[in-house]
Design a protein around this ligand. Structure first.
Ligand code: AMP
Ligand code: GLY
Length: 436
């Protein structure tokens, strides 16, 4: 792409991560027209952004958009379309003139199948918890009985397929693991049962265009609904960046022992990865170990990361475009982020179970006015009603995100802003960023 031409961009998805992507990409000098499919009420309100009523998993519809609109770059937010083959389909359009930030279906297997991911890690010497695969309840029970007899009682049971972060049960004892295994096997065909690790969690992201990996500042998620890391698993109730759990020395290990071998392994197995490689880690006494790989930015981790990713760090659009065009090696090095950011998720009544929709949301402008330029309320599940009122329309509704000089200041600001936002039944954790 000649440098004088601005890129026409399509962002696929409609959650908080995609709002943050659109918000950040719009500020790049190379950003021309910006489209989002399907987007949400917050994305639609960004100046110069056009939302299209095409679902993120409507592959034919998205290919048609790319053809008719002559899109230069597609940035795919969520995992489901990648797993369904969206990147492969888009690359076949327009004689390859559309670049795609997002990996092939073959590479997305690293997230879509826990069974594949565990065996892949074993093949490539990537540190992860010991595990077994069970395909029926009798085998799961027999394995867990054997483990109990050997004095091992703490396991994590995981469904094989994509489950929006909710197919995992962290078990305190064998009977709980047996129940979790039986439940998941009644819903699907295979599960992973793995040793329960102890340590601090972190989400480490890298830009990746084959063998080349460029790690991004490490983030920290808060996966359970309840304070003190209790209650049911969610897609993520809050996040911060950069996490002090991963210092510079540990980041070198994460790159050399995890991200780089994963990228090389995927190339070696004929599934080169082009997009965002996400390693969910447990930082244990023995070093960082992989809990899961994902094939896209974390949500809500992307919100604080992208809020911090300003011109001082480097041009975000140039970085995504370099990945999409296989030119990551030519990208000028990214500089460290300044300060810290915290995202507090506000979820709808009932989340992560059956959620209620249609509650009126108020106070977003007041929240952003708490510290203009430092607070951004990213929308996830929101919709405008015909009279122009903002309503809840999904599990995770908003991500109130704030940046400041350090983590305590960012956390305080995020909570001051979140206190201004009101909707019936809102759920939020009061302890985001309090582990550190
Ligand atoms: P996953 O989707 O595999 O990342 O699992 C979701 C969450 O379950 C992780 O963020 C951890 O909080 C927890 N978890 C997963 N695997 C383990 C493990 N082996 N040991 C302890 N906790 C785990
Ligand atoms: N926040 C966890 C994830 O995006 O998978």
């Amino acid at each position: 792409m000649p440098s004088w031409r601005k890129s026409k961009i399509l962002v696929v998805g409609g959650g908080g991560r995609e709002h943050a992507l659109c918000w950040r990409l719009r500020q790049s000098p190379g950003c021309g027209e910006l489209l989002c499919a399907p987007g949400n009420a917050g994305i639609a309100a960004l100046p110069g952004v056009r939302c299209l009523p095409v679902s993120a998993v409507d592959l034919a519809g998205l290919c048609a958009v790319v053809r008719h609109e002559e899109v230069d770059l597609v940035v795919v937010g969520p995992e489901a379309p990648l797993h369904a083959g969206l990147a492969d389909a888009l690359l076949a359009e327009r004689n390859g003139r559309t670049a795609v930030f997002g990996c092939s279906a073959a590479a997305a297997e690293i997230e879509a199948s826990k069974v594949f991911a565990k065996a892949f890690m074993l093949r490539h010497g990537i540190p992860t918890a010991a595990y077994t695969v069970a395909r029926d309840a009798a085998a799961a029970r027999a394995f867990l009985r054997e483990q109990a007899a050997a004095g091992r009682h703490r396991f994590v049971v995981k469904a094989d397929g994509l489950r929006a972060g909710k197919g995992v049960t962290v078990c305190d004892d064998i009977p709980e693991a047996v129940r979790a295994a039986e439940t998941l096997l009644s819903e699907g065909s295979a599960i992973v049962i793995e040793e329960r690790l102890v340590g601090r969690e972190a989400s480490c992201f890298a830009l990746c265009d084959g063998e080349e990996v460029v790690p991004l500042p490490p983030c920290e998620d808060h996966k359970t609904l309840g304070e003190g890391d209790t209650g049911p698993m969610t897609g993520g109730m809050g996040a911060l960046c950069p996490t002090p759990v991963v210092d510079d020395d540990l980041m070198v290990r994460v790159r050399d022992e995890i991200l780089q071998p994963a990228a090389r392994g995927l190339v070696a197995e004929g599934r080169p990865f082009r997009g965002l490689l996400y390693a969910g880690l447990m930082c244990t006494a023995a070093g960082p170990m992989v809990l899961e790989f994902n094939c896209r930015f974390g949500d809500p981790e992307a919100q604080p990361l992208l809020l911090l990713w300003d011109e001082g760090v480097g041009d975000a659009l140039a970085a995504l475009e370099a990945v999409a065009r296989g030119q990551l090696r030519q990208l000028p090095p990214l500089r460290p982020v300044r300060g810290a950011a915290v995202c507090v998720v506000m979820a709808a009544a009932g989340y992560p179970g059956r959620v209620r929709s249609g509650d009126l949301i108020e106070g977003i402008a007041e929240a952003e006015a708490v510290a203009p330029g430092q607070v951004v309320v990213f929308h996830a599940g929101t919709v405008l009603d015909p009279s122009g009122g903002l309503r809840t329309a999904g599990g995770r509704v908003l991500g109130v995100t704030a940046r400041a000089a350090d983590l305590p200041a960012a956390r305080a600001l995020a909570y001051r802003a979140a206190a201004k936002v009101r909707f019936a039944g809102a759920q939020l954790r009061r302890d985001i960023g309090h582990r550190t």
